[in-house]
Design a protein around this ligand. Structure first.
Ligand code: COA
Length: 375
């Protein structure tokens, strides 16, 4: 019988290329970015340090970090033409589609015409993604044209400030930093692989990122945090959650935010975001959502040995920070753009077009018959 984790469909367990960026569940090293454990980065760094690490292979010193933050801060506003496009997108559009369009439009306005511009294009995108998202969100939902110059010098602070129209508190700032670090990179996941396939055709930077956003959108990948929220917010007590989860398992339904294509016993990002979700729950006086989430975790492990992935406790954490559910997956984009970009650059350094074969299982050779004689 084929082992689902190492063989069979979905290229599971296949090595599809070399990378020096990230380890995932390899040996005892767990999830690392250029050799640094993700816990260590989440405890000690800002997202901008991690972005710098992913682009250069090294953490910045204090001067380099200050320069980098200043460079991002200077380019957080977006072109007028892009604002005009965002104003045309309806309120009920999915924000992932908004980001896909926003990145694509920026690619028309600020096209990468030479690969030497790649790093600048990546920085520009990291600086502008919160603005693209929040400009559309606030215009379509509240009818306001927000100023994208918040004065914040971190992506985390800038995003929360734009969304809520005021500077975030320290706890929210910190949780958003951690969240962006946890989501930044994850080896050859579906969206990163999409970006690398696109890069391998020698396509431009914005096309690679647009393609990756399309991949991340699905509920089996990045969309799981929003889908998990839709699930847990329906339940008003842990007991109700347990009953419903048991019913769903009985009906063989998927519980979003659980399981993983690579990890077999736990996702190293879960304990980190769970801890912050608990802190936020106590901060807002929650007595429902966090206990419901914990019960889901217990039941899934007890019944199926399935564990929470990075997305599950992100749902409650984001909710406690007043972030609307449909913006959950776009936050993943703001973060993972760093990982996607790092992989695009790595692919370009030693490129060969990615073009696997298919095992053919269709009909045998046959001849075209005259149209009138076909049944
Ligand atoms: N809820 C219920 N059952 C699940 C499950 C979930 N979240 N995740 C896996 N399973 C079941 C599968 O249906 C399968 O059952 P089967 O053997 O009876 O067919 C079994 O567990 C093993 O699945 P596995 O091979 O480990 O999954 P995969 O590698 O094909 O897929 C995911 C991995 C992540 C796509 C899958 O776990 C999933 O769909 N999770 C929910 C979506 C999600 O949270 N995605 C974010 C990932 S970071």
């Amino acid at each position: 019988m084929v082992d689902k984790k190492t063989g069979g469909a979905g290229l599971r367990g296949q090595v599809a290329g070399k990378s020096a960026i990230c380890t995932v569940a390899q040996g005892h090293s767990g999830l690392t970015y250029f050799g640094y454990e993700v816990d260590d980065l989440a405890d000690n760094c800002d997202f901008e340090e991690v972005a710098y690490l992913l682009f250069t292979g090294e953490l910045p010193n204090a001067a380099q970090l200050a320069d980098y933050k200043a460079r991002l801060k200077k380019q957080m506003d977006i072109p007028t033409e892009l604002k005009a496009v965002l104003e045309l997108i309806p309120k009920d559009a999915h924000p992932m589609d908004v980001l896909r369009t926003g990145v694509s439009m920026l690619g028309n306005l600020e096209t990468e015409t030479d690969f030497s511009q790649g790093r600048d294009k990546a920085d520009r995108l990291i600086a502008t993604l919160p603005g693209i998202l929040c400009y559309w969100y606030r215009f379509s939902h509240d009818g306001v044209r927000i100023d994208l110059n918040t004065g914040e010098d971190t992506v985390a602070g800038h995003f929360l400030h734009l969304l809520h129209g005021e500077a975030p508190n320290d706890l929210h700032r910190q949780v958003m930093q951690v969240s962006l670090i946890l989501y930044a990179e994850h080896e050859f996941n579906a969206s990163t692989f999409t970006a690398r396939v696109c890069a391998s055709t020698l396509s431009d930077f914005h096309s690679c990122i647009t393609a990756a956003i399309g991949s991340l959108r699905g509920p089996l990948h990045g969309g799981a945090n929003e889908a998990a929220m839709a699930l847990i917010e329906k339940w008003s007590s842990p007991d109700e959650a347990e009953r419903e989860i048991l019913g769903m398992l009985e009906r063989k339904e998927k519980i979003m935010g659980f399981g993983h294509a690579v990890y077999t016993e736990s996702d190293p990002r879960n304990a980190i975001i769970k801890k912050w979700s608990e802190k936020l729950a106590s901060n807002v006086g929650d007595t429902t959502l966090y206990p419901v989430s914990v019960r889901c975790e217990e039941v899934m492990w007890r019944e199926k040995k399935l564990f929470c992935n990075a997305d599950f406790f992100h749902a409650s954490a984001y909710h406690f920070m007043g972030i609307p559910s449909k913006l959950f997956t776009p936050i993943f984009v703001m973060s993972r753009t760093t990982g996607w970009a790092a992989h695009v650059f790595e692919q370009r350094v030693d490129n060969r077009i990615i073009r696997p074969n298919a095992e053919y299982v269709g009909p045998g050779p046959r001849k075209v018959t005259a149209i009138g004689s076909r049944t």
